[in-house]
Structures are given as structure tokens and as C-alpha cells.
Design a protein. Sequence first.
Length: 367
Amino acid sequence: MEPPTSSRLNSRKRRKDGSGPNGATELDGIPPKMSRRSFGLREPAPFSDEVEIDYSKPYIRVTYEEAMKGTPLDRPVRVYADGIFDLFHSGHARALMQAKNLFPNTYLIVGVCSDELTHNFKGFTVMNENERYDAVQHCRYVDEVVRNAPWTLTPEFLAEHRIDFVAHDDIPYSSAGSDDVYKHIKEAGMFAPTQRTEGISTSDIITRIVRDYDVYARRNLQRGYTAKELNVSFINEKKYHLQERVDKVKKRVKDVEEKSKEFVQKVEEKSIDLIQKWEEKSREFIGNFLEMFGPEGALKHMLKEGKGRMLQAISPKQSPSSSPTHDRSPSPSFRWPFSTKTPPSSPANRSRNESAVTYDISEDEED
């Protein structure tokens, strides 16, 4: 077996002076380059009656040990797998993949039973034999297809197709009056077991179709198939059309409900955003109002400042007492004519006149 990829990659050491690619040397264990090849087939697998077999060479079966070791390229291990393969699905493909990978060098031959055998021993099929042949032909793991394969494998059939091993799941397959049709193959040491894929089978697919028959009938009627083609009665056809209309109305109502829910959700989201923005704006407005008209707001400081300026303008401050004073020149006293007495004065001026020096204003008389 090849070592894991991670260990193989870790074993590569890049060296600057290496002679290999990316600085690797021969000791790094780089695997040799492989030529490109296409993993998908370009043509379907041929039928057995179209393949020429060289009967000049003797037919010698290989043992299981020899097959596991690997046979020469010109002598692959011929593995046979048979079945009905109705409604070919992934479970069929996985079984054939396991049969193809049983041995290193495998040539897979697949036998497909005819409609006559299948209807007699198993039951009615959905696909006819030609459709089932064609489906198996286009499976990538198949190398050759045997049409009208036998229900029970005989030694003559095994020798004719030079079969080494028969691949099938290990569950006993009771049919044709036998508890296990592969019993003699197992006793001969030619049986190679494979594993079934759980969860999918032809019977499961048919069960789904039968269970949901009304749905598929309505779908095909809608796609243009006639009631006669679907084997649907006149009453059922009208019923399916009525159900289709009811479903369309339900779908429309559901779409309206979903759209209304989306609209209500958008309105709620928008209302929440508006409420949040209103709260933010209201807080901002209240803060600005308190900043202007509050107890310590700007308006109070403005009023205080204006009041102080008004009081200063009404009653200006007196000059300081230490400032120098200028003596006023005494005003000459006025003498009333024909009288030697001074005119009466107000009490305020009286105090001034007491300290002031009186002069005679009529100098012409002296001259």
C-alpha cells in the first residue's frame, strides 16, 4: 500500500542545491510522474454477443489469492454481476463499482434479465428490457453487458463467458423455488460479496410514487399529459384540476401573508428607529434648554452681566480720595442793586458760601 499523502508530502525536503524539481533530490521519495488519462468512458459498454472471445486459449480459473495479488494485463479477473436494474439508481451503480474494485485487474461483466423472466419470477417492471440494457450500458464501471441473462447461473453459462467470480450482496436471494440461487456459487468458492446501499432501492422508489400518486398525476396533467395516458378517470381529472386551483389560491394567500408580515416587520423596525431618534433629539433639546434657561444657565449669566453694566452706567464710581484735587476759583458774589445784603441762597449753597470768599462785583463804583 502507498503511504498516506500527508506523510509522503512531509517526506519531501526542499533544498537549494537539489537537482530535482523544486529543489528536491532523489532521496526525498518523490513518486514518478504518471501519464494523464481520461477516467470517463467515451462509449457505452458493448454487449456480449458483440465481443469476440479467443477460445483457442484454455480457460483456467484464477484463485481468490491470485486475483488479490494481481493478474497480468492480458488476463484480467472476469467478474460477473447480474440483476434486474429497474429504475437504475445510485444503489445499482455503487454495487457495480464495488464489483469492479474487488481485484486490482478486473473485467466486469453485467447480466440483465429479460422482461419475460423478470415478470415470471419477480414481478412487473417500470422500464422494459431495452431501457434497462441501455441504462446498464452507460454505467462507467461496466465492461460488457449480457442481454437475456439466466435467472440461475449454470456451469455452462460460467464456462461460456469464462467467469472467475460472481459478485452480489451476501443476503440469501430466494427465488425460483430455491432458498438461495447463489448457493452453488458460494459452495464452489466463486462468490465475491458486495455491500448494499441502505435507503435506496427500486422498491423504495416505486413506493414513493404510489404513496404520492395524486401529486405526480397532477404534475403530469399540468405538464400536458392527457388523462388517458395517465389512466386517470374523468372525475379524478376534474378533482386534480380543482385541487390545483385551490393550491394556487393557497399559495397566493401565503405569499400575501408573507409580504404583509415583511411589511409589518419593516414598519416596526422603522417605528423603533423613529422612537430612538426622537428620544435622542428630546434629550438633546432638554439639555440645550437647561443649558440656556437652567439655574446656572447662560441666560442668568447674561442677565447678571447686563444688570451690572446698567448699574454702572446709572451710578458711576467716584474717583478715589487719593487723587489730586484742583481749587476752584471763587465765583464773584452778586450784589442786589440798592441793597447791601446778599441775595438769599438755598441751604445747599449756604454751606458753600460760608466757606467761600465773597468779592464785590461792582468795581466801577470804586473807580
